[in-house]
Design a binder for this molecule. Structure first.
Ligand SMILES: [Zn+2]
Length: 387
């Protein structure tokens, strides 16, 4: 019987298992990943939580939170809705500007636009590659590490930004408290996370290794209020990402927020949501599986978490002789996934002898297909699974 970790929101260990998968993660190996629903508050999370070693290995070495083009420079006006929302909120709620600290800033795609608006920006990022890229882009030293390693001492800021980070964190309450500790008394917290709502808008493989929490709006508000924040503005966006998001602008409250009524248990609502999502998800994987049933041998292109999901959710590894797995990231080349060697794009092109190429990336399917076509791989040999 599984022993569950205490709920990240309410500390209960009364969890209902939703899904258990065995994923073959590049550089980590075979990993059982379990998702569950708290019966006492309704929070959806990975439970048991993966070990710190797995999480650290994943972020420090394997993940791709840097921009693939080293000389990339962001366009004058941000393209991403998230960036526009966060920049706009910072301007409206702190018109006088000041200091702004970003936690888990990746390659600095949001933070640079804050700097261009006149904010005195700084931040931290666990991936050294991404931190370097962001630092070079903004001519600012970005601290390499997790927030609790970097945000120490009595430093405070006018604004702290957490954009698509909290869902990656094993202890979200500690992270929110850390933000509270390091904000000025009237400081503003900018927070955006994927939102557990609208089952038909949740992407294929929405339950994924990197995301430990799947917040619904009510649960996020609860966490913020319990930590001493007043949520001032909540924006739901169902269309800009591959899944719905929720953006909260919250002000630091000097007194703890007092609430008379207990928080509503979201269990029933989230159970309905997850049943619908898992049903839709299975149908999507069946459809993907149908695209390669006629093949005997093939290359697989991309060695990410989505490939691990593909191997787990479909019969690909049993059905097809996989000649090799190609990936454009130098961090992955030379490692293995599912017992198959990961080769570079150049190695793949040098060894290519007319086989089919199954594109296993979900997020980059179109770009990879275009790249393969540009390299002369015939269209009938390129197998797309998702579009
Ligand atoms: Zn709970």
């Amino acid at each position: 019987m599984t022993t569950f970790d205490p709920c990240m929101v309410c500390e209960s260990t009364d969890f209902e298992p939703l899904k258990v998968s065995n994923w073959k993660i590049t550089g980590v190996g075979d990993l059982d990943v379990s998702f569950g629903l708290c019966r006492d508050c309704g929070h959806i999370s990975q439970n048991p939580c993966p070990s710190d070693d797995v999480i650290e290995a994943f972020y420090r070495e394997l993940s791709n939170y840097f921009h693939p083009e080293p000389d990339w420079s962001p366009p004058p006006v941000p393209a991403a809705e998230t960036t526009k929302r966060l920049v706009g909120a910072a301007r409206r709620f702190k018109p006088g500007k000041g200091s702004l600290y970003g936690i888990g800033i990746g390659s600095g795609r949001d933070l640079i636009y804050m700097q261009r608006q006149g904010w005195d920006v700084s931040g931290c990022e666990p991936s050294p590659t991404a931190a370097k890229q962001a630092g070079d882009l903004m001519s600012v030293d970005i601290e390499v590490g997790f927030a609790d390693e970097c945000l120490t001492g009595g430093r405070t800021f006018d604004v702290i930004m957490l954009s698509h980070v909290l869902e990656h964190v094993a202890k979200p309450k500690d992270m929110i408290s850390l933000v509270h500790d390091h904000l000025d008394d009237d400081g503003v917290f900018l927070l955006e996370v994927p939102c557990a709502r609208q089952a038909h808008r949740l992407c294929l493989g929405w339950l994924t290794l990197e995301h430990l929490s799947y917040f619904s709006t009510d649960i996020l508000v609860r966490l913020l209020e319990e930590a001493g924040f007043f949520p001032m503005e909540i924006t739901l966006d169902d269309w800009s990402h591959k899944y719905p998001t929720v953006t909260v602008v919250a002000r630091k409250a000097l007194d703890r927020v007092r609430r008379e009524a207990p928080y509503l248990n979201q269990y029933a609502a989230n159970k309905d949501l997850m049943e619908a999502h898992l049903r839709i998800d299975r149908a999507h994987w069946h459809a993907a599986e149908a695209r390669f049933q006629h093949l005997k041998t093939a290359y697989v292109y991309a060695a990410g978490v989505h490939t691990a999901q593909l191997f787990s959710e479909t019969n690909l590894l049993n059905k097809i002789e996989v000649v090799g797995i190609a990936d454009s990231s130098p961090l992955k080349v030379g490692k293995q996934q599912g017992g198959r060697d990961i080769i570079s794009k150049d190695q793949f092109l040098a060894g290519y002898a007319g086989q089919h190429v199954i594109i296993s990336s979900y997020n980059s399917e179109t770009q990879i297909a275009e790249m393969l076509a540009a390299e002369g791989i015939p269209a009938e040999k390129i197998v797309r699974l998702y579009t």
